[in-house]
Ligand binder design. Structure first.
Ligand code: PGA
Length: 253
């Protein structure tokens, strides 16, 4: 079975102490993951070492960065490189979250550079795509997200693309409490898989986890994750409450 993933995105929330307590509460629930199930915590940079050591003993629990810089190293004050992440044993990184695309002007081209660097450093990119409300209202969401994949991922050879996780997050559903319906989620996930299949073949397309993000909650995760092409979720708000995220992990297929 394809990997099924519950990924927490803490964004710029929680103190170190609150984060450590949240992680403890979630791990203390002792949910044992099946070999195809994973839970990933995308935490602020200063919490990565703590998170990494908390999950070290746990099967299929992982730490992730929320971002990395698109250059290898150098005079970029305040930035964090993929080599730095690799040196502290971080194996996952969220790339191209819509908030970074919007507030930090990250383009598809910059994101392609980040994806390359991650793959060169054995870090799995969790590549985010998704359309704004205006695009959804115009009905051109498929073209919009296909273009995001094409411009940031489709330069990769098949054996590199294989190492990617995709997160489809419609911007109009992020932090708004407006979740895509299961029909909307399944439709666009299936479409994204077909776009990958056209480029790389159906076998590879069937191996890539495509997560849904945008107001995933404890009470809608089971329904969303049950869709055949939805392989789990990237979760913001509900990942900050232990009982909610525990329920979301348990909702994985
Ligand atoms: P949300 O955020 O679950 O709070 O909508 C999801 C995300 O931005 O990754």
């Amino acid at each position: 079975m394809r990997k099924q993933i519950a990924a927490a995105n803490w964004k710029m929330n929680l103190t170190y102490q609150d984060g450590e307590k949240l992680l403890d509460d979630i791990l203390d629930a002792g949910i044992s993951l099946a070999p195809h199930q994973h839970s990933i915590f995308a935490v602020p940079f200063p919490y990565l070492i703590m998170t990494r050591s908390e999950v070290a003993e746990e099967f299929n629990y992982h730490a992730a960065a929320q971002n990395c810089h698109h250059k290898t190293s150098g005079a970029y004050t305040g930035e964090v490189s993929v080599e730095m992440l690799q040196s502290i044993g971080v194996n996952y990184c969220v790339i191209g979250h819509s908030e970074r695309r919007e507030y930090n002007a990250e383009t598809n081209e910059i994101l392609a550079a980040k994806v390359n660097l991650c793959l060169q450093h054995d870090i799995t990119p969790i590549f985010c795509c998704g359309e704004p409300l205006s695009v959804r209202e115009a009905g051109t969401q498929n073209e919009f997200v296909a273009n995001q994949l094409k411009e940031s991922l489709f330069h990769l050879p098949a054996n590199s693309l294989k190492g990617i996780i995709i997160a489809y997050e419609p911007i109009w559903a992020i932090g708004t409490g407006k979740t895509a319906t299961t029909a909307q989620a399944q439709e666009i996930h299936q479409f994204l898989r077909s776009v990958i299949a056209d480029q790389y073949g159906a076998t590879l397309a069937n191996e890539i986890p495509i997560l849904y993000g945008g107001s995933v909650k404890a009470n809608n995760a089971v329904e969303l994750f049950a869709c055949p092409d939805v392989d789990g979720g990237l979760v913001g708000g509900a990942s900050l409450v232990a009982s909610d995220f525990i329920a979301i992990i348990k909702a994985l297929k």
